[in-house]
Design a protein around this ligand. Structure first.
Ligand SMILES: *Cc1c(COP(=O)(O)O)cnc(C)c1O
Length: 392
């Protein structure tokens, strides 16, 4: 078979399984009302949790930095792509997350792959929550270490696996907030287990930074885990901070090791300095517009209160990620399409992003939403429920 035939067969199989992905093309900025192909949609599916992606202060910071630095960074950090804007952002990120130092990566995916590759090799063991983000799993596989996946949020299962392992070094990696479930890992318990079993704890706080803890300092600060207890902290700039990129924070030694050994740090172009400047503006807004975190929490309570009263298939999540469990991939797609017809965007998340038969509607709330908009979503969900589309 030639390439076209092989690919066409695979694509057809995806369609047959209701797993085919399609992109919508948007016009204009990320905000709660998104324009696509001439129609406005109320968006409940972005990761712009604080509504900063289109904030005037971020735009101004980016414009001003573009005047100063131009657009492209020109090279990787180790060649000549590391600007004062990058350096300033690294200092601010370390301070904000209560760590000694931070180092920027070009994306969260690359940070996870880079950290695990830099710290582990085939004589080591990496222990990951079953529901970890794909980038952590891929990073674990690529590192060559023996990868074990422990039961979701199960510190006991983790401890037994650590005890049995004969690996030279053991690293435990977990999402702090699970990207498709919205629940929070038992971080203190995991840290205790790691301490007892002499394992290194890595937190992926892509969905916690900016949202959890005082001024959005993130999941580690929120539960009081210091640099010794949670030595490897990863955060991203593309979600609550409304920008693009990522970083790893920890001890001076950890950061130096990333700079020396993380291949996805070394062999890629630095993010544009103007993006770093915009991220710094976003960090400042976490302090100066703290009402955003508070408003988001209010919307989460409002949504959960109504959804519980309506008996919607809510999941056990205290965060901005409020998925409704559907199960069947085809039905999840149907519900998502029906919402879209009503002018509301919510993505149907299907395997392999989530386990088989656990397709869901991944609803996300942001500080940009109004109470009225959340009520509109609930009203639309009520209609679909009456049509029997949401019953288990
Ligand atoms: C989004 C996400 C990433 C990847 O971050 P990018 O900057 O988008 O590459 C990593 N981990 C988790 C848990 C995520 O949700």
């Amino acid at each position: 078979m030639n390439l076209e035939q092989v690919l066409q067969a695979r694509l057809q199989q995806r369609r047959d399984q209701s797993l085919y992905r399609q992109r919508i093309t948007t016009a204009g900025p990320q905000q709660t009302v998104l324009r696509s192909q001439g129609r406005d949609y109320l968006c409940f599916t972005s990761n712009d949790y604080l509504g900063l992606a289109n904030h005037p202060q971020l735009i101004a910071a980016m414009q001003s930095a573009a005047q100063t630095y131009g657009v492209g960074s020109g090279a990787s950090h180790l060649v000549c792509g590391h600007s004062e804007a990058h350096a300033e952002l690294e200092l601010a990120l370390a301070k904000h997350t209560g760590r000694s130092r931070a180092v920027l990566f070009s994306s969260g995916y690359m940070a996870n792959v880079g950290v695990l590759g830099a710290l582990l090799d085939k004589t080591d063991g990496v222990f990951e929550d079953r529901l970890n983000h794909a980038s952590l799993l891929d990073g674990g596989l690529l590192s060559g270490a023996r990868l074990q996946r422990y039961r979701h949020n199960d510190a006991e299962d983790l401890q037994q696996r650590l005890r049995k392992s004969k690996a030279r070094h053991k690293l435990v990696a977990t999402d702090s907030v699970f990207s498709m479930d919205g629940d929070i890992a038992p971080l203190s318990q995991l840290a205790q287990v790691c301490q007892a079993e002499n394992a290194w704890l890595m937190l992926d706080d892509a969905h916690g930074l900016g949202v959890l803890g005082p001024q959005g300092a993130g999941a580690a600060v929120a539960v009081g885990l210091n640099e010794e207890q949670a030595p490897i902290y990863m955060g991203t700039l593309g979600k609550a901070l409304g920008c693009y990129g990522a970083f790893v924070a920890g001890s001076d030694t950890l950061v130096e090791a990333m700079v020396q050994f993380a291949r996805s740090y070394i062999y890629t172009t630095a993010i544009p300095p103007a993006v770093a400047a915009a991220s710094l503006a976003a960090l400042n807004l976490l302090h100066t517009e703290a009402w955003r975190q508070a408003h988001l929490q209010q919307l989460i309570s409002l949504f959960r209160g109504y959804a519980q009263a309506m008996d919607l298939p809510l999941m056990d999540s205290p965060t901005a990620i409020q998925p409704l469990m559907i199960g069947d991939a085809n039905r999840a797609l149907q519900v998502s399409q029906a919402l879209q017809d009503m002018g509301i965007l919510v993505t149907a998340i299907r395997p392999p992003t989530v386990p088989a038969n656990s397709a869901r509607l991944r609803i996300t709330l942001t500080a940009g939403h109004s109470q009225t908009q959340v009520e509109q979503l609930l009203e639309a969900l009520g209609k679909l429920q009456q049509q029997g589309l949401l019953s288990p």
